[in-house]
Ligand binder design. Structure first.
Ligand SMILES: [Zn+2]
Length: 298
């Protein structure tokens, strides 16, 4: 077995290749999603701990029970998306794809396999193509940090389907150019009763649905964290974004596309008709190899 984790990530076992025909999307809470597609298990923006900065989690997560991700995607450097304690739970050897300018921060913290990307670039991991797309969101890490890198989103494509993970974003014109998206993971809230500039709220997430025209929408970035200074139990507004999003989607005649998951919930996608599972096709000569569009940054 190869010791290169990127190569390993692209060498799916037969069981993992079955996931190509029935890809799954599991929402772990906040913007943390596990997508199994093309035989590759991807995790986005891991925020897995009971506390994240000044926030408290309301759905306990048994991290030890999760299957190890092959690749992690980071959309931007805010504390609740680039969360080092959560990354440490997944280990220093896990391959990470991060926005350009964020790799040094992670390497200095012991993460050994970090690749940078930027909007317009594509990374291939086995049968899975990871397209980096723009996002309209602040690139600053926080008020006490000078770190600032452009926020991005990702589109994952494999013969079994396609999934759009926007990270945090507001509406942006290029959204309309994202075509052939089977599942969009639109953020609809945050960690407080309202969201600020640079985010989608339930109404704008409906507009995003109109722009992208995904087959299905799974709302994320809601119902998971609230500030610790508030009372201990889950605040009453925690479920509001999903309720509002459902009624806005119904009002727009889009309710048939909505799939609301609770943290830990999984959506299993049907095998699209006319798509041949990769396992049944001759493997391309470069199968199982990562083909970054440029050498790894130093
Ligand atoms: Zn953010």
């Amino acid at each position: 077995m190869t010791s290169d984790p990127w190569l390993r990530a692209g060498r799916a076992t037969p069981a993992e290749l079955d996931a190509c025909t029935n890809p799954t999307v599991t929402w772990l809470g906040h913007a943390s999603v596990v997508v199994e597609l093309g035989g590759v298990r991807v995790m986005t923006d891991p925020a897995l701990t009971d506390r994240v900065a000044h926030l408290r989690r309301h759905h306990r997560l048994d991290v030890g029970a999760l299957d190890a991700p092959h690749v992690l995607l980071i959309s931007h450097v805010h504390m609740d998306h680039l969360h080092v304690p959560s990354l440490r739970l997944l280990g220093p050897g896990v391959p990470l794809i991060v926005p350009a300018g964020a790799a040094g921060f992670l390497r200095r913290r012991g993460f050994r396999h970090v690749r940078e990307t930027a909007a317009g670039r594509t990374t291939q991991v086995g049968h899975l193509t990871i397209e980096t797309v723009p996002a309209a969101h602040s690139g600053r890490r926080g008020p006490h940090s000078r770190m600032s890198v452009d926020a991005v989103g990702y589109v994952l494509r494999a013969p079994g389907g396609s999934v759009y993970f926007p990270g945090d974003t507001d509406l942006f014109p290029e959204m309309a150019a994202l075509d052939d998206i089977d599942v969009a993971l639109f953020p609809i809230g945050g960690w407080g009763p309202t969201v600020g500039e640079g985010h989608l709220d339930p109404r704008r997430a409906v507009e995003a649905t109109g722009l992208v025209q995904p087959g299905l929408v799974v709302p994320i970035h809601w119902g998971t964290y609230s500030p610790v200074r508030l009372r201990r139990g889950a605040p009453g507004w925690l479920g509001d974004p999903a309720r509002r999003f459902r009624s806005e989607m119904e009002g727009a005649g889009l309710a048939d596309r909505l799939r609301v998951l609770q943290p830990g919930g999984t959506l299993r996608l049907p095998a699209p008709e006319g798509r041949t599972p990769p396992a049944a096709r001759p493997a391309p000569s470069t199968a199982g190899r990562l083909r970054p569009d440029r050498p790894d940054a130093p």
